[in-house]
Design a protein around this ligand. Structure first.
Ligand code: COA
Length: 568
């Protein structure tokens, strides 16, 4: 019995689309026309929400049960193969310029960031880093990815002789070979990429003084992306903690004893496949921002949901995977050992909290005619003020992608209006009516400032432009830029970003000052996913405390506005 049991295939989680289509067909004969059209409408709504969230929950649940997900190495590699196939599918759309043009507020956005995410790399320099991109349109375009397993680095050609991408069965076979070729963790150069840039640059120049290692480095830099097939991650202390640890594994790998050496942090995109269903990606931020990254991540998830069959097989013999960087000098090995200590210090300092606010989502602010983004930002101002009794300079990224090659400018979420509100809200002598009025005023002001920024009239990049122009003209730093006010203005104790996503995924980043927080959020119709990070070495910050204060503030504001969950 046991033998037979183990040979049975695992139960797949069907896609949302598949189940809903089947449901509609099956229910049709049982319903009148009017009943059917009502059901159809509900099905469409479910597809938007909460369908995707529930689907993700099932997939998450399946990760810990016998059926509905991978729990072993074979499952991990089969999933990794699908992720690679999904990335190649997306790459074909980028290369063929067939991606649907991104829109914001009814306006078309610049698409150049999409073509800069793949086949690029940051290169360390002692004074200044560099950045390379190997576009498909160039001569000899890259056709391989870099795979890391047990800290060992492989070059894997992912196309067949007919230039068709390998199908998921072929990719699985290649990944299986890589796993066989790297049975145990070894000291590897990946950990060197966690160091400060000048140290890494010095190590890098030692490494590339050897010809074989130089071409290995070029191979990594040219590759389409990195695939990290991880080992076990740090065990979570409870289910809430599991999501925070999962995001931390994507951010830094969890330390040298876990997966931090199984990375190459200079590479623009690293797809990380952990054990037991933990997966995600790590971005080197130079060429692209959150939304295009969220788009590729969503494509990967949708592709994995939809494509159960292997795809079309590439023809001809597959090129065997090549192990890179096998000969490292004693000096480099010593630096690898040192880097582990430093990487662990950094990793152990990160205080990451992932949480979901599920009492309401962006539909509630909309129902009271307020911008959801402005609402969340003003609530965050309140939470910070409640904890520290003072406001702080706050960065929120605002997209400049309405413009050619546009990236971001800063939405200044801390404003006179937000400060007026937070002070009033914490003052028992102020009436509810006044608090409501001040809250609304602050949210409206935030939305107005957002419009100013995204239409190219932000001030942060302009101020920086003046500073750089002065340096170029040999004028030194202008007085305006040396003022104490200027340094306070740019000391962002709150660095924040909204990245909208359809799936139940979570994004995050580190705080940008030692005594600050990094807050990322994705509003959904009826819930909001948050991540909050800070540094444990700072006695003044505490991610869990900020998260719980934000939860309380989100409750309090809804009560203030008389929303459906209001506590009367
Ligand atoms: N009443 C009712 N609805 C309102 C409203 C109001 N007063 N104000 C806004 N809304 C609606 C909007 O029409 C929009 O509707 P939709 O969901 O149908 O599109 C929705 O609420 C959300 O709008 P809002 O919350 O105001 O924000 P936004 O979606 O315009 O996003 C930013 C604001 C700043 C996040 C966005 O402009 C941006 O720049 N995004 C990119 C950020 C980025 O690059 N992040 C990554 C950096 S690495």
């Amino acid at each position: 019995m046991r033998g037979i049991q183990e040979t049975l295939p695992r139960l797949p989680v069907p896609t949302i689309e598949q189940t809903l289509q089947t449901y509609l067909r099956a229910v049709r004969p049982l319903l009148s026309d009017a009943e059917y059209s009502h059901t159809l409408e509900l099905v469409q709504r479910f597809k938007q929400s909460p369908g995707p969230r529930l689907q993700l929950m099932l997939e998450g649940r399946a990760a810990n049960t016998v059926n509905w997900d991978y729990t072993d190495k074979e499952g991990q590699l089969r999933f990794a193969a699908k992720v690679v196939a999904a990335v190649l599918d997306y790459k074909a759309m980028i290369d063929g310029q067939t991606l649907t043009v991104d829109m914001m507020g009814g306006q078309r956005l610049c698409m150049s960031q999409h073509s800069q995410m793949l086949s690029g790399c940051r290169i360390p320099g002692v004074e200044l880093d560099n950045h390379v991109l190997h576009p498909t349109t160039g001569p000899n375009p890259p056709r391989h990815i870099t795979v890391l397993h047990n800290n060992q680095v492989f070059s894997l050609d992912v196309y067949g002789e007919d230039s068709r991408p390998l199908d998921t069965v072929q990719l699985y076979q290649q990944l299986e070979t890589i796993v066989e070729m790297s049975p145990k963790p070894v000291p590897s150069i990946g950990i060197l990429t966690t160091r400060d840039r000048a140290s890494w640059a010095r190590n890098y120049s030692t490494i590339i003084s050897d010809q074989a290692n130089r071409s290995a480095m070029e191979d990594i830099q040219r590759s389409i992306c990195v695939l990290c097939v991880d080992g076990e991650g740090q065990p979570p202390a409870g289910s809430d903690h599991a999501r925070s640890l999962g995001l931390a594994q994507m951010l830094h790998g969890g330390g040298s004893s876990w997966n931090s050496a199984n990375r190459f942090f200079d590479k623009i995109l690293q797809f990380i496949i952990g054990v037991k269903g933990v997966c995600g990606l790590n971005l080197e931020h130079t060429p692209a921002d959150g939304p295009p990254i969220a788009a590729i991540a969503q494509h990967v998830l949708a592709f994995c949901e939809k494509h159960q069959a292997p795809g079309l097989r590439a023809s001809g013999a597959m090129t065997a995977p090549r192990k890179l960087l096998t000969e490292l000098s004693g000096d480099i090995l010593r630096n690898i050992a040192e880097s582990k200590v430093e990487a662990d210090r950094l990793v152990n300092d990160v205080d990451m909290q992932v949480w979901v606010y599920d009492r309401y989502g962006r539909d509630f602010p909309k129902s009271v005619q307020l911008s959801p983004d402005g609402y969340v930002q003003v609530v965050l101002q309140l939470a910070y003020f409640r904890l520290y009794d003072e406001p702080c300079a706050t960065y929120e990224s605002g997209s400049l992608r309405r413009f050619q090659q546009g990236r971001t400018d800063t939405i200044r979420s801390c404003s006179v209006d937000s400060h007026n509100f937070t002070r009033a809200m914490e003052d028992r002598s102020v009436s509810r009516e006044v608090k409501v009025e001040l809250f609304k005023k602050a949210v409206v002001a935030h939305r107005k400032y957002t419009d100013q920024v995204i239409s190219g009239n932000g001030i942060d990049r302009h101020l920086l432009g003046w500073k750089l122009a002065a340096a170029e003209a040999g004028l030194g730093v202008p007085e305006l830029h040396s003022d104490v006010g200027y340094s306070k203005f740019f000391y962002f104790k709150l660095s924040t970003s909204q990245v909208p996503v359809l799936h139940d995924m979570v994004l995050g980043f580190g705080a940008v000052v030692p005594d600050g927080y990094g807050v990322c959020y994705s509003p959904h119709a009826s819930w909001i996913a948050f991540s909050v990070s800070s540094y444990l070495s700072c006695p003044q910050t505490d991610s869990k405390r900020l998260a719980s204060t934000m939860k309380q503030c989100l409750d309090d504001i809804q009560t203030l506005l008389g929303g459906p969950h209001a506590k009367v």
